[in-house]
Design a protein around this ligand. Structure first.
Ligand SMILES: *[C@@H]1O[C@H](CO)[C@@H](O)[C@H](O)[C@H]1NC(C)=O
Ligand SMILES: *[C@@H]1O[C@H](CO)[C@@H](O)[C@H](O)[C@H]1NC(C)=O
Ligand SMILES: *[C@@H]1O[C@H](CO)[C@@H](O)[C@H](O)[C@H]1NC(C)=O
Ligand SMILES: *[C@@H]1O[C@H](CO)[C@@H](O)[C@H](O)[C@H]1NC(C)=O
Ligand SMILES: *[C@@H]1O[C@H](CO)[C@@H](O)[C@H](O)[C@H]1NC(C)=O
Ligand SMILES: *[C@@H]1O[C@H](CO)[C@@H](O)[C@H](O)[C@H]1NC(C)=O
Length: 335
């Protein structure tokens, strides 16, 4: 973890510029066209209580969230705890059973991008051991278990297959979680179909965005993002074996991922893309949309965590986790 980033986040956490309650929501008129037929949409939410989650809930389309951690925030939508990696196991073990009970948890998520060294960085064998000790027992509570979420990099699928082999039948995978960063919505569909065909499980997309990690000059404009979000969200809403999804991301700083993908402004308020994501408007999709053809936006060619990882969450995520962990006894009020 870069210590400077952590210090900044600790300062923000101690002296928040805005209390969640003081952020004004969007005018209620934007919700008049609400598309609320799917309960698949969720929020990948690293913001604790410092950004207002309720401004994403007005249409009812967003029904769940996760925080890359075992710790919920203050909201009424469904919480899905995640065991991000080995560093969270004691927090997980100390709280997960009571969290399951008190938050009415129905699903949990496994490790975050374990095949990436800058992420949870686990070998398939170590991950199988951790899984059996910390995740598999939750089956006894009736909770559905989501696979480790691979980054979208080519080695991801092989990692998951190796992990299943190491588990030797001892890891229950009720659904497969995955991440995807790319620019072609047709390839998104192909990628999900391949995972579904290979693992024969329902699919959750727990991070995705319009981002080219291999060529910084081939990035999505905001219009390209509008088009890609529309096509991919429509596919998932219409496809029964896609159970849930969460865009990357509902946060102020996307940490190197093309910032146009943000669902909120620099001030933490839902923006036009966020309003599209929650189904409050009919998106202005290009009439000549060609999947994979992009028109230039800002973005980086390699994610912060290393080349070709296809990953997004690194320092901010870890910083947020540090902040959550360090401030937990002081300010968190999650039961
Ligand atoms: C809503 O979902 C139901 C069940 O899947 C489906 O039959 C119906 O057509 C959907 N309605 C709209 C407006 O998409
Ligand atoms: C949590 O619940 C599981 C399933 O019932 C059980 O195996 C485990 O021992 C419990 N953990 C604690 C700390 O009580
Ligand atoms: C990124 O841009 C390069 C160069 O145009 C292209 O070959 C590649 O398919 C694009 N997408 C990804 C994920 O690399
Ligand atoms: C995609 O865009 C079309 C045309 O604007 C719209 O009818 C449809 O509801 C959109 N779907 C989603 C999931 O945004
Ligand atoms: C939709 O976006 C296009 C540019 O992509 C713009 O020319 C058009 O005016 C927009 N339409 C509406 C209704 O906003
Ligand atoms: C987008 O992906 C599809 C399916 O792989 C492919 O046929 C198409 O050529 C791609 N578009 C571009 C512009 O590369």
């Amino acid at each position: 973890m870069p210590w400077r980033t952590a210090v900044v986040f600790i300062l923000f956490a101690l002296f928040p510029k805005r209390a969640a309650a003081s952020v004004p929501g969007p005018p209620s008129s934007i919700y008049q066209d609400a598309v609320t037929n799917s309960t698949k949409a969720g929020l990948a939410w690293p913001n604790s209580n410092y950004d207002d989650i309720s401004q994403f809930l007005g249409t009812g389309k967003v029904q769940w969230y996760y925080t890359w951690s075992p710790e919920p925030v203050r909201t009424n939508i469904e919480f899905v705890p995640m065991l991000w990696g080995a560093s969270q196991t004691s927090d997980w073990d100390n709280h997960i059973n009571s969290t399951v009970q008190q938050q009415h948890v129905t699903h949990v998520l496994g490790f975050n991008e374990p095949e990436i060294s800058g992420q949870s960085n686990l070998t398939p064998a170590d991950a199988a051991t951790l899984w059996k000790a910390h995740i598999e027992p939750l089956k006894g509570l009736g909770v559905k278990l989501g696979s480790p979420a691979l980054s979208g990099a080519p080695q991801g699928k092989q990692w998951l297959q190796d992990w299943l082999a190491e588990c030797a039948g001892g890891c229950t995978v009720d659904f497969v979680a995955l991440h995807w960063y790319n620019i072609n919505s047709t390839q998104f569909v192909e990628y999900l179909e391949d995972y579904h065909d290979t693992f024969e499980r329902p699919v959750w997309v727990t991070e995705w965005a319009c981002e080219n990690f291999s060529d910084a000059d081939e990035q999505c404009s905001l219009q390209d993002i509008v088009n890609l979000m529309n096509a991919t969200q429509q596919f998932m809403d219409d496809t029964p074996w896609v159970e849930r999804y969460a865009w990357f991301g509902a946060m102020v700083d996307l940490q190197g991922v093309n910032q146009e993908n943000a669902l909120m402004s620099a001030q933490g308020q839902i923006n036009a893309l966020g309003v599209q994501y929650i189904g409050a408007v009919t998106p202005n999709v290009s009439s000549d949309y060609q999947p994979g053809v992009v028109h230039g936006g800002s973005g980086v060619s390699t994610p912060i965590s290393g080349p070709n990882s296809g990953s997004a969450m690194t320092s901010r995520e870890i910083s947020v986790l540090c902040v959550v962990a360090s401030l937990f006894p002081l300010v968190m009020n999650w039961y």
